[in-house]
Design a protein around this ligand. Structure first.
Ligand SMILES: NC(=O)C1=CN([C@@H]2O[C@H](COP(=O)(O)OP(=O)(O)OC[C@H]3O[C@@H](n4cnc5c(N)ncnc54)[C@H](OP(=O)(O)O)[C@@H]3O)[C@@H](O)[C@H]2O)C=CC1
Ligand SMILES: CC(C)(CO)C(=O)C(=O)O
Length: 342
């Protein structure tokens, strides 16, 4: 199916350029729909996917189709959606107009609502949910660096899309429970906002107990909301979701001993939400913490820390000065006041 036809990348930023780059290295025909600033980088020196494991290849400009014109999807067999959640509906309209009606659409986004948005706007098309567990940093000059480990997971379907798309260095696995997988990823993504507010590399932030405790509290609010809805999240890591809060609360030396060495995180990795704040872009907080606060409000649960974090991220978005570089105490102070109804 995929052999001759293109794999379209709908919104080539960090994830789209890395995944598209690895697919191109694996011999697939790739067509990237990108913004002019991304195109200019790749025009200048090619597309360079690199990884924390030492992988480093540059794909010459003429070996990929790259444009801001969505007509690049005209012969796509598969379209991978890699825009931020707020842009999913607009990208679905683009796909409806430009991709063949039998192209398979796969969401490689965070959050739990993107697949439904795509299905709604693309009725009759095959739309699959996906989950990217690893972090990618845009380092400039066409370089997109994978900074953590893990395989992409895609909803199982009869065309065996996950297996068909897998290439060396970029494995994709099928799942029969994509909803559980996406809810499990949402739990991990509750740290995206903390990392964005902290202005620290993920490795440094997760090495500090004060930040891990805050992450554990976020997880507890998230798990309570999911339990109230009857949702059973599947962890993207070997650690079951319910074990994560107590493990995160362990003192630094014990945490480091038990988990630190198994955490494959490049020292420079930071969350995609930190990148959004740095570039003055709208974040995905409404699709992550916002989902938890919405369930909590509907179910009469308290989620003061999630609410506080949504407020702080919105404030940082409005100020457009990048990460505010807050401490856990600065974040917690407000959440305790909210919890007391002040
Ligand atoms: N980065 C990471 O490490 C990870 C990200 N994810 C998830 O993957 C998804 C993508 O994230 P990420 O790659 O970081 O996001 P990016 O913002 O880096 O990439 C999305 C790109 O799509 C562009 N875009 C949006 N609309 C269009 C359009 N109509 N035509 C052309 N280009 C368009 C954006 O441009 P512009 O900004 O100008 O709109 C941007 O360059 C998100 O849901 C994220 O949560 C999941 C795992 C890890
Ligand atoms: C991989 C991870 C969890 C890193 O924070 C992520 O999904 C993101 O940055 O959006």
């Amino acid at each position: 199916m995929v052999s001759g036809q293109a794999i379209g990348i709908a919104g080539a930023g960090s994830i789209g350029c890395f995944v598209g780059g690895m697919l191109a290295v694996g011999g697939r025909r790739v067509a990237l729909l990108a913004r002019p600033r991304v195109i200019a980088e790749i025009e200048a020196g090619g597309l360079r996917p690199t990884s924390f494991e030492g992988f480093d290849r540059t794909i010459p400009r003429d070996q990929i189709v790259l444009s801001e014109n969505p007509s690049v999807f005209a012969d796509a067999a598969v379209v991978l959606v890699t825009v931020k959640s707020a842009d999913t509906a607009a990208m679905a309209d683009v796909i409806a107009r430009h991709a063949p009606s039998d192209a398979v659409i796969v969401s490689l986004q965070n959050g739990v609502g993107n697949t439904a948005v795509l299905r709604n706007i693309l009725p009759g098309r095959r739309v699959l949910g996906g989950m990217v567990p690893f972090n990618v940093i845009a380092l400039g000059d066409g370089r997109f660096h994978r900074a953590t480990s893990g395989d992409i997971v895609i909803e199982r379907d009869e065309a065996r899309i996950a297996e068909t798309l897998s290439v060396p260095g970029l494995a994709m696995r099928p799942t029969d429970n994509i909803d559980g997988v996406q809810w499990g990823k949402l739990l991990l993504n509750l740290n995206n906002a903390l990392n964005a507010l902290a202005d620290l590399p993920l490795r440094t932030q997760l090495g500090m107990r004060s930040w891990r405790r805050m992450f554990a509290e976020q997880l507890a609010e998230g798990l309570a909301a999911m339990q109230a809805e009857g949702i059973k999240p599947v962890s993207p890591t070997p650690i079951p979701p319910a074990w994560m809060p107590p493990l995160l609360r362990l003192p630094d030396p014990i945490f480091e001993l038990l988990l630190g060495r198994t955490m494959k995180i490049d020292p420079e990795a930071r969350s995609s939400m930190w990148e959004d704040l740095q570039h003055g872009r709208r974040t995905e907080v409404d699709y992550l913490q916002g989902v938890i606060t919405e369930i909590a409000a509907r179910r009469g649960l308290k989620a003061p820390l999630s609410r506080r974090i949504v407020d702080l991220i919105r404030q940082a978005e409005r100020e457009a000065k990048g990460s505010p570089g807050l401490t856990p105490e600065q974040i917690r102070f407000g959440s305790e006041r909210e919890g007391r109804g002040e």
